[in-house]
Design a protein around this ligand. Sequence first.
Ligand SMILES: [Zn+2]
Ligand SMILES: [Zn+2]
Length: 257
Amino acid sequence: MKKFRKSEQKLSKYIKKLSKLRFKEKARKFVFRIGIYHAADFELIKETPSQKIFPCHAGVLYTGDFSNNLFEKIKLYLDQIFNSFFYSVRNLGEYTFSKVLFFKGIKKEFKEKRKNNKKLKLHPTNKFYKILIEKKKEEDLDMICVITELPIFSSKDDKIIFLFGEAQLQHQCCIVSTLTLKETFYNRIEDQNLFEQRIIKEITHEIGHLILGPNHCQNNSCVMRFSKEVEEIDQKSYKLCENCRNNLNEIRERFNF
Ligand SMILES: [Zn+2]
Ligand SMILES: [Zn+2]
């Protein structure tokens, strides 16, 4: 146990260092050192894709610090913005794992796959998807989201690192990484209110993809606009623009509710 705790401390030290690195190449080297890697999809293809059903049952899972109060806020916004799309939005509680074991798991899978001569790289984003797909089945949900403080990387484009969030449309699951939503990541004083606003907007954005599809909206104030920098999240609203709301209505009509 002691050993694990030590390694966990080591990992959080790396993450702190990581947050100070503004150069992607440098960051990439660190990322590799802590066992995180960027790669294409793995294993997900084999799973049977879930069919979209609306209204649906959704769940929010989290790792690390997360208050019940924040979940209630998230639920409130999701119910408002995607009005009538959810039968329920459930708090699935904390997904507890040792970060060391989590990365060990990625490495183990990597080794096993390599034995079978299949090309596979270490990738926590896809590891999360695997956990989410299993949890979704277990909890009998149609849609699932995880909020994590770990860094996530694009599963499609290995040049994109430090994503705020990503959605896996085929399996109706998404991830929001809070690491780069914190003011402290940019060496500024933490602002809890701003942090929560960003989380809510990013969850709404990713869930929005699961409902509306992969496209981004060009409307500056729409929550479905793509945000590359944290300031862009702050500039957009929580809400969907009229165009996106019309798309939502079309889906409502299609599913007859
Ligand atoms: Zn997006
Ligand atoms: Zn829009």
